[in-house]
Design a protein around this ligand. Structure first.
Ligand SMILES: [Zn+2]
Length: 430
């Protein structure tokens, strides 16, 4: 009943519109490929903005109005794009607005951390459909982690019942040093010298993109969350480490080799505590959620009074949720543990503020569950350690996406690249 997205693209075949200076022989991309990619670009912008006019799309894609309107008309005719009514009046003629039909295709979103991997399906309205599947995959202790992930993905796609032609791609967020272009993770999911993305593409038959979890959380905040339309924002990922994604001049900053934002490993303490990275005294040795859990267990063994019960480090996920819940309910000990960590994160943030002069700090990731509890101790650290003139206009906010940020970011990663050559699958233009 529903038009198949891939068929639509195949069926798109009309005389090309060449601009001055453009030729078809410049690269291996043909003119019809370019038209397909242009439509994908329109779909990408509609995905992130939900609703746009033809004039908006023409501006965003830097193409002429007639060119844009022609491609848009094709997408409407095929049923991929809907006319969603008229914009509210600003005095002039109200423009026709367009939005994507939710079920023209789907994205497989994968959010990994060191212990747990979550997989879900996102539609074109950026909604998760069906349930989320979660499985334990310990990245540091499992040499077969990559194979396990591959097998899990194949089974997930098969069980979803969604035809591969309707899967735009698989986006995967993972911890570690990730080289996005080579598709390699230097910390986890050992793939030898081979590319993780190529391996998973071979197994699943679907385009795959990977990125560092904190970069994806920042991407989610930039495209859909607290940092939308902001120029300079620092997105802190409070989790098993303390990650950072930097939005500079309106886009993600990755650094020379893609490793920018290793906030967790700035040397902030002389505590002689060994960090997972091999150094000592890193920020995460006193502030990560796993350290908070370890401290909680130690304190309880020493007889600290708390409403937390049966805390075990064998299941960090569960331990962390117990501590967060107790803190949110006002348990003095749990609040104290969070506050200590938050204060030290605040010292790290003070360094960021002095170097980057951001307008916004977003507290995101799994730890954002504890909400406002992070704010006062972080502010306290800024009061103590920041030059007032630099810190006075900074806005600090808790992410509205929270624990969902990595999952949404993994889907956003696919759509962010949807108009690139990688997404010209052979079946789509023959
Ligand atoms: Zn470290």
């Amino acid at each position: 009943m529903l038009a198949n997205f891939v068929d639509n693209v195949i069926a798109f075949d009309e005389s090309p519109v060449l601009r001055a200076g453009q030729t078809t022989s410049k690269s291996s991309i043909t003119l019809s490929d370019r038209q397909i990619l242009y439509k994908k670009s329109l779909i990408k912008h509609l995905y992130f903005s939900k609703e746009l006019s033809c004039a908006d799309l023409s501006l965003l894609t830097d193409k002429s109005l007639p060119h844009t309107s022609k491609a848009l008309y094709e997408l409407v005719e095929r049923g991929d794009v809907l006319e969603s009514g008229y914009a509210s009046s600003t005095g002039g003629r109200r423009p026709q607005m367009y939005s994507l039909k939710a079920d023209i295709m789907y994205i497989i979103s994968v959010a990994m951390d060191q212990y747990v991997t979550r997989i879900g399906i996102v539609d074109m309205h950026n909604q998760f459909i069906g349930g989320q599947q979660q499985f334990a995959l310990d990245l540091s202790a499992n040499p077969n982690a990559l194979q396990d992930l591959g097998e899990y993905l194949v089974a997930f796609i098969r069980e979803s019942g969604i035809s591969k032609d309707k899967i735009a791609g698989i986006g995967i967020g993972m911890p570690g040093f990730v080289d996005v272009t080579k598709g390699v993770n230097y910390s986890f999911l050992d793939s030898g010298k081979a590319s993780i993305t190529e391996y998973l593409e071979m197994l699943t038959g679907v385009p795959v993109l990977i990125d560092n979890d904190s970069s994806l959380i920042a991407l989610a905040e930039l495209k859909l969350g607290a940092a939308r339309n902001r120029q300079n924002a620092m997105v802190i990922n409070i989790g098993w480490g303390i990650g950072l994604g930097m939005v500079l001049n309106g886009s993600l900053f990755r650094g020379e080799s893609g490793f920018a934002g290793e906030f967790s490993h700035i040397p902030l303490f002389t505590n002689n505590k060994m960090c997972g990275c091999g150094k000592m005294g890193c920020l995460e040795t006193e502030t990560s959620l796993s350290v908070i859990a370890e401290k909680a267990v130690a304190g309880m063994q020493e007889g600290r009074t708390t409403m937390i019960k049966d805390l075990s480090l064998n299941n960090l996920e569960e331990a962390f949720i117990k501590i967060m819940n107790a803190a949110v309910k006002g348990d003095k000990y749990a609040v104290e543990l969070l506050s200590q960590a938050a204060y030290h994160i605040g010292r790290g943030v003070a360094i960021l503020i002095h170097i980057m002069n951001p307008g916004l700090i977003v507290l995101s990731g799994r730890g954002a569950l504890a909400g406002r509890l992070w704010m006062a101790p972080i502010q306290q650290a800024l009061n103590e350690h920041c030059i007032p003139r630099i810190a006075e206009n900074i806005e600090i906010t808790i992410s509205p996406l929270g624990y969902e940020a990595e999952r949404l970011g993994a889907a956003a990663l696919v759509m962010e690249h949807f108009d690139e050559k990688k997404f010209l699958r052979k079946t789509q233009h023959h």
